[in-house]
Ligand binder design. Structure first.
Ligand code: HEC
Length: 196
């Protein structure tokens, strides 16, 4: 029996007991108790009849190595990661945005080499621009670029390569990340995943 069904059963029993008290017992105090039981039980039943919706975090982006055939496949996965697990869009915009607090990543794949992007993601403090717009007077930003390969974001190397492919693609650059660089899971890792 589900948790909700169990609670509903308890609610029903409380209401039934209240009705029984009102029907068969004359003592004034007990009749008041019975009335309160009916009211509270009905209240609980109404509350429990409202559909229960758990708010779960968005589904984890599955990185299915088998589905990746081309660089464009990588960019497509990278785009999903950019807006979900990678949390990049929390700070970065693609194109000018009033609310963006951090560097606009539009055209970043053309501005930065692939190696520099990789470093920006994994050693974000190695080379810091004070002026992230690359123009005008220096400006501190209100956030820090997190280490993308460590907790809490913790992207795998495959995921980072895909995000770079996406950044290059949306900048209109040729994607220099190739699917052959994707690390294939070892036989042991596959067996472990299936055993779970
Ligand atoms: C908590 C906010 C935050 C998050 C989340 C974040 N970044 Fe950043 N990012 C920054 C800041 C701040 C900088 C500027 C760092 C500096 O001083 O150079 C930056 C810099 C960068 C740069 C270098 C930009 C340049 O012009 O040199 C790249 C590329 C980048 N981020 C990509 C990403 C990607 C891809 C993700 C998601 C996987 C991501 N960021 C997630 C805040 C964030």
């Amino acid at each position: 029996m589900s948790e909700v069904a169990l609670l509903q059963l308890i609610g029903l029993l409380v209401v039934a007991l209240g009705v029984a008290i009102l029907l068969f017992i004359q003592a004034r105090f007990l009749r008041v108790v019975g009335f309160v039981m009916i009211v509270l039980g009905t209240f609980a039943l109404i509350a429990l009849s409202i559909p229960q919706m758990a708010s779960l975090p968005p589904a984890e982006e599955k990185f299915d190595v088998a589905t990746i055939k081309t660089s464009a496949d990588m960019a497509a996965i990278g785009q999903k990661i950019f807006f979900s697990k990678g949390q990049c869009a929390l700070c970065h915009s693609i194109g000018p945005s009033e609310s963006a607090r951090c560097p606009d990543l539009k055209g970043i794949g053309a501005k930065l080499t692939r190696e520099f992007i990789y470093e920006s993601l994994t050693q974000p403090q190695a080379y810091i621009y004070l002026d992230y717009r690359h123009e005008g007077p220096p400006k501190q930003y209100p956030a820090r670029m997190p280490h993308i390969n460590k907790n809490p974001i913790g992207l795998s190397n495959n995921e980072i390569l895909s995000v770079i492919a996406f950044l290059q693609q949306m900048s209109g650059e040729p994607i220099t990340v190739s699917p052959s660089e994707i690390l294939q899971p070892t036989a042991a890792a596959v067996a472990l995943a299936q055993a779970r």
